[in-house]
Ligand binder design. Structure first.
Ligand SMILES: C[S@@+](CC[C@H](N)C(=O)[O-])C[C@H]1O[C@@H](n2cnc3c(N)ncnc32)[C@H](O)[C@@H]1O
Ligand code: SF4
Length: 379
């Protein structure tokens, strides 16, 4: 039976949007949470009738927004609907994103009992001045307490998001944060370089010169420091932004990078099944109305051609530690990449940017900063 990953978008945040964020989430729709959860449960049932028999579920991911702002019992009800309508693999990975200031013992226990076995905290930095500057609602003390609490209630699989290239951030801050993560015993870290998104408060502040962010070179230096410290502590990089202890690599992420099939629920959810991408509306009211009328709220459908899938595979697989499996790639897409891209591969190898080993094309550890150029050459 084929496997499938499920994603649930929870578009609510705690009172105020962070200054850098342009994810689909609302801070003024708490009164409609119940309606939204009801719609999600109905979407699960509708999808279950269609896809529930054909697939086994390898991973489930509650992302946002801030899933941990949902009221007690809501995540449990969604989990019940998932279990009733889909077959979960025995070793299914089930993750919830959680903001530190919303983590209470009761909530974390509820998640565990509901079957969630992985928690991902958005900490970003433990410098309180910077947290304040980027509009986060937690401080370093709350972040530390949340991680301890998750361990105490019994989570074995804990991930933390950190951000690099934040205003006023120094190498020293990044070192402190990374060392804190190592000491706290988390087994997965995602390190994202800040993207200044148009339409966000931070974008505007930087544009008018009210704030500045570290240069690209400084951010690369921060990233290299994180890489060095985490690697030495056993948290190995398995994708550009993701580091994990052995066997704690996220199955859900890996499925995306291997171009596996995934189905997204809720507003703005993007899915990929049967070589086709499709997306739900990101309009809250239209989503609810469409589900109430028993129709999927789909606003975009795109069938990927063989060439598009081939390019996508190069782009995604080269980001991973494993690299691109040459035999599998040739089988899937026809052709012969070593022959078709002979000149380019020879050039990239001679520069030390890639290596060919055990049937894989791999980007060298120190060449990730030119990853995009490498990908462009091989596409
Ligand atoms: C979609 S957010 C949701 C998680 C959760 N609400 C939180 O903020 O902690 C997931 C992660 O994306 C990263 N992120 C969000 N906006 C970003 C941006 N503009 N640039 C880089 N990373 C970003 C943050 O590290 C965040 O933890
Ligand atoms: S970063 Fe997370 S908490 Fe902040 S606004 Fe975005 S989704 Fe909400």
């Amino acid at each position: 039976m084929k496997t499938l990953a499920l994603y649930f978008h929870i578009p609510f945040c705690n009172g105020k949007k962070c200054d850098y964020c342009n994810f689909v989430s609302y801070v003024d729709k708490d009164a409609q949470m119940e309606k939204y959860v009801d719609a999600l449960i109905k979407e699960i049932k509708l999808r279950g009738e269609k896809e529930g028999k054909e697939y086994k579920i390898s991973s489930v991911y509650f992302g946002g927004g801030t899933p941990s702002v949902l009221k007690p019992g809501m995540i449990t009800n969604i989990m019940i609907a998932i279990k009733q309508n889909f077959k979960l693999l025995q070793n299914v990975e089930i993750t919830i994103e959680c903001n530190p200031e919303t983590a209470t013992e009761d909530k974390l226990r509820e998640y565990l009992i509901a079957g969630i076995n992985r928690i991902s905290f958005g900490v970003q930095t433990i410098n309180d001045k910077i947290l304040n500057l980027i509009g986060r609602r937690h401080n370093s003390k709350q972040a530390k307490e949340a991680i301890m609490l998750a361990k105490k209630v019994g989570f074995k699989n804990i991930s933390v998001d950190m951000m690099l290239g934040l205003p006023k951030q120094t190498l020293g801050d990044v070192k402190k944060m990374t060392k804190f993560l190592i000491k706290s015993g988390v087994n997965h870290v995602s390190a994202y370089s800040l993207i200044l998104e148009k339409g966000t408060v931070l974008y505007d502040k930087v544009k008018v010169g009210a704030l500045s962010v570290p240069s690209e070179d400084d951010t690369v230096e921060m990233y290299n420091l994180v890489y060095d410290l985490l690697s030495k502590a056993g948290l190995k990089r398995y994708e550009v932004s993701n580091f994990a202890m052995l066997d704690y690599e996220s199955k859900h992420n890996q499925n995306y990078w291997k171009l596996g099939e995934y189905l997204a629920f809720g507003i703005g959810g993007h899915s990929y099944m049967n070589d086709t991408r499709f997306a739900n509306t990101d309009d809250f009211d239209k989503y609810i109305k469409s589900i109430e009328e028993n129709t999927f709220p789909i606003v975009m459908v795109e069938k990927l051609s063989l060439t598009m899938r081939r390019e996508e595979a190069i782009m995604l697989e080269l980001r991973t530690r494993e690299g691109l499996n040459i035999e599998e790639f040739d089988d899937k897409f026809g052709g012969h990449i070593l022959r078709d891209k002979k000149k380019e591969i020879e050039f990239l190898s001679s520069k030390g940017f890639i290596s060919l080993r055990n049937g894989y094309i791999k980007v060298s550890e120190n060449a990730y900063y030119v990853l995009n150029s490498i990908i462009m050459k091989l596409i």
